[in-house]
Each structure stands twice: as structure tokens, then as C-alpha cells.
Design a protein around this ligand. Structure first.
Ligand SMILES: Cc1cc2nc3c(=O)[nH]c(=O)nc-3n(C[C@H](O)[C@H](O)[C@H](O)COP(=O)(O)OP(=O)(O)OC[C@H]3O[C@@H](n4cnc5c(N)ncnc54)[C@H](O)[C@@H]3O)c2cc1C
Length: 247
């Protein structure tokens, strides 16, 4: 865990870890994701944490402030994960992968041919009513979450409030991998309390008996205010220090 940067003559020359080790470098790239002073928020529960209960990076945040950087608070969220064995796929619509798959990278030359499909289902009036009835328990609406989203990726409670004329929202059931039973309930990102998440799942066709494996949550974290960066992402204050945050 990096806690400090070695800065000499306005240049970043390395890092110092929690255990006191010094790693010297020609330049340092900070890519701390959502770990910087991370806090998980789930209903009325709020605690210091990186994503998935990993260790948050607190000292580095403090050190960046000591160096004179202005930090901003961002937030993002994730949906619940459910057990694939508890889903009734017959009530959902199969969403196979592309016939001709395309890679993100030009370096990819080989594709796995037996793609796992995703499955489509939808929220409905019951889901939306349940969310409306529990909005007072949503940290987004109670004021507990103060950070802004760095990109447009709304929670289900946000979609229900903003688009209250829509009778349903799409929910894609995405397998997390070949060697896990966890299914990512895409479209159902939420920070509502766990008991409400269970009730929401039960209103969705195919998920009536879904077993919750991990609850969804929101996470707030620090980021360097981007006006302190050159277009190269090098910081203006400290040379050879590069900062890149997740979208
Ligand atoms: C709850 C949640 C929901 C998300 N939903 C989406 C989504 O729907 N779509 C999407 O595209 N992206 C989503 N993301 C974001 C996605 O995870 C990130 O875009 C992506 O992982 C960012 O990659 P990264 O390499 O910047 O950071 P990460 O993958 O988070 O990696 C950061 C790494 O830095 C390490 N680290 C942090 N601090 C220190 C330190 N001080 N010293 C040493 N190591 C440190 C961490 O251990 C970690 O390995 C979500 C993230 C979260 C947390």
C-alpha cells in the first residue's frame, strides 16, 4: 500500500509504502481507482472501504492534500450479484454474444468461441412502487451520499425517480465468469438497504426466488481535481507524477 510519494525539486521520484519500503522510479502513475479514501454506502450503513471490502487508500489521499492538491469526491455504484442456480431463465430472453465477435484491442487475435449468453428481463410497476416506498432509506436521497458521478450511470432508484413515466427498465443478467455462480444484475445498481434489495429482486420475472450472493452498494472516493493536470495527465504541481482516474 503506497502511502507517500518521494517528491524532490518539484519532481516525483518514487513512492513509500505502508511498510516503509521506498521504490524509486523515473516517473509515477497513480491509478488508484475507487480506493482513495473509499467509503461504501449501503442503506443506512456507511464504512471506510475500497471496492468489495478491500483495504481503502487513506494515507495517500492525505498525502496528496499535504502536497497541495485539491481533491474532489466522486461516487459510483454496483448492482447485487445473485446465484445463477436460483434464476428462472425461462421467464427471461436470451441475449447471445455477437455472431462475429470484435475485440477491444487490436492485439487480440483469438476468440473464445463458446460464448456465455446474457439474459434479459425487466422491472415493472411493483418494482417501481417498492422503490418509491423506500426512497427515504436511499442514501442518495437522504443526503448521505454527497459525491457526484464522474459519468452517467444511474442507479435503479435514480431511473425510477427521473423517468417515472416509464413502465419498465431493462435488466441484463450477466454471468460473472465460467467458474462462478455469481450473476451481475446489470441495470439494478443500487445503494438501497439489503432487505429492500431482496424485495426488489423478488418483483422481477425470473428473479422471484433469486438468492442474493452480494448486495449492491455505492462507493464514494477521492480524485484529483482534473484542472490540476496537463492534457498528458501529468500533474502541474509535481512533474513526472501522472494521475488517471476511472470513468
Ligand atoms: C462499485 C463499482 C462499480 C463500477 N461499475 C462500473 C461499470 O459499470 N462500468 C465500468 O466500466 N466501470 C465500472 N466501475 C469502475 C471500474 O471498476 C473501473 O472503471 C476500473 O476498474 C478502473 O480501473 P483502474 O485500473 O483505474 O482501477 P482499479 O481497477 O480499481 O484498480 C486500482 C488498483 O490500485 C490499487 N491501489 C489503490 N490505492 C493504492 C495504494 N495507495 N497503493 C497501492 N495500490 C493501490 C488497488 O488495490 C487496485 O488494485 C465500477 C467500480 C466500482 C468500484
Amino acid at each position: 500500500m503506497v502511502e507517500q510519494l518521494v517528491v524532490e525539486d518539484g519532481e516525483c521520484k518514487g513512492v513509500i509504502t505502508q511498510t516503509g519500503a521506498r521504490y524509486m522510479a523515473k516517473s509515477v502513475v497513480i491509478t488508484t481507482g475507487t480506493f482513495l479514501r473509499g467509503e461504501i454506502i449501503l442503506g443506512e450503513l456507511k464504512y471506510s472501504s475500497g471496492p468489495n471490502n478491500q483495504q481503502p487508500s487513506i494515507k495517500l489521499s492525505e498525502h496528496l492534500e499535504e502536497l497541495g492538491f485539491d481533491l474532489v469526491r466522486f461516487k459510483t455504484g454496483t448492482p447485487p450479484r445473485v446465484d445463477s442456480g436460483s434464476i428462472d431463465y425461462s421467464k427471461t430472453e436470451i441475449q447471445p454474444g455477437d455472431d462475429i465477435p470484435r475485440a477491444f484491442s487490436y492485439e487480440t487475435t483469438k476468440f473464445i468461441t463458446d460464448q456465455l449468453p446474457c439474459w434479459l428481463t425487466h422491472t415493472n410497476a411493483h418494482t417501481h412502487q417498492l422503490i418509491d416506498d423506500n426512497l427515504h432509506r436511499s442514501p442518495m436521497y437522504s443526503g448521505m451520499i454527497k459525491g457526484t458521478g464522474p459519468r452517467y450511470c444511474p442507479s435503479i432508484e435514480d431511473k425510477v425517480v427521473r423517468f417515472n413515466d416509464k413502465p419498465r427498465h431493462q435488466i441484463f443478467l450477466e454471468p460473472e465468469g465460467r467458474n462462478t455462480r455469481e450473476v451481475y444484475v446489470q441495470g439494478l445498481s443500487t445503494s438501497l438497504p439489503e432487505d429492500v434489495q431482496r424485495k426488489i429482486l423478488a418483483t422481477i420475472p425470473g428473479l422471484e426466488k433469486a438468492q442474493l450472493m452480494r448486495a449492491g452498494y455505492a462507493i464514494e472516493y477521492d480524485a484529483i481535481v482534473p484542472t490540476q493536470l496537463w492534457p498528458t495527465l501529468e500533474t502541474k504541481k509535481v512533474q513526472k507524477l501522472i494521475y488517471s482516474r476511472p470513468n
